[in-house]
Design a protein around this ligand. Structure first.
Ligand code: MN
Length: 190
């Protein structure tokens, strides 16, 4: 059962309580019951905790999002004109977007290796996000989608991910290899 399915059950349960308690309490009841039900089922929201901790959703237009299993394997690369222009690679894995910030333009040809710094998991709703993150907020600047498409996973190990990209700019077989800390190398294979 994923978070959305649980949430649906919880909403129903919360409505029953709401009808007894009266208006105004629904949201609080929902949040309390959701947290309880998630914990009971061993589902934790840890994956997006870092993402949410960094953002003030009353100030940014970025999605709060949730963990979802869509059965799809998508990717996107967002051009992010922040303090330094960089490209955010996002791979749909484990119900979230595994994310890496690439300081230089991602390679379309084999033979070019790029540093890719792993960043916090992003919610799936972020995949095609475009817009302006306001001044003073985390990642302030302009985000636009630079590439998007499908991934076919060839192999996935702790420190090595090999996959095919079917995007508009990036196509072919790519690798992400962990080097140290949060640093990885991203390149197109021969
Ligand atoms: Mn970024």
């Amino acid at each position: 059962m994923n978070e959305n399915e649980i949430a649906k059950e919880v909403v129903d349960a919360a409505y029953q309580v709401h009808r007894k308690l009266g208006p105004g309490l629904l949201e609080t009841v929902y949040e309390v019951v959701l947290a309880y039900e998630l914990k009971k089922r061993g589902v934790t929201d840890q994956k997006l905790k870092e993402y949410r901790r960094k953002r003030d959703f009353s100030k940014t237009i970025e999605p709060k999002g949730s963990i979802q299993e869509t059965g799809l394997r998508r990717f996107s690369i967002q051009e992010h004109q922040a303090t330094h222009l960089h490209y955010d690679l996002r791979l749909e894995l484990d119900g979230v977007l595994k994310s890496w910030a690439i300081p230089k333009e991602p390679p379309t040809e084999a033979g070019v290796k790029r540093l890719a710094v792993q960043t916090e998991d992003h919610p799936l709703d972020y995949i095609y996000f475009e817009g302006i993150i306001p001044e003073g907020q985390y990642g302030a600047g302009i985000v636009s989608v630079w590439d998007k498409g499908q991934i076919e996973l060839e192999s996935r190990e702790e420190e090595k991910i090999i996959f095919l990209l079917r995007g508009e700019r990036l196509t072919g077989r790519y690798a992400l290899i962990h080097t140290r800390g949060n640093q990885w190398i991203f390149f197109k294979t021969k």
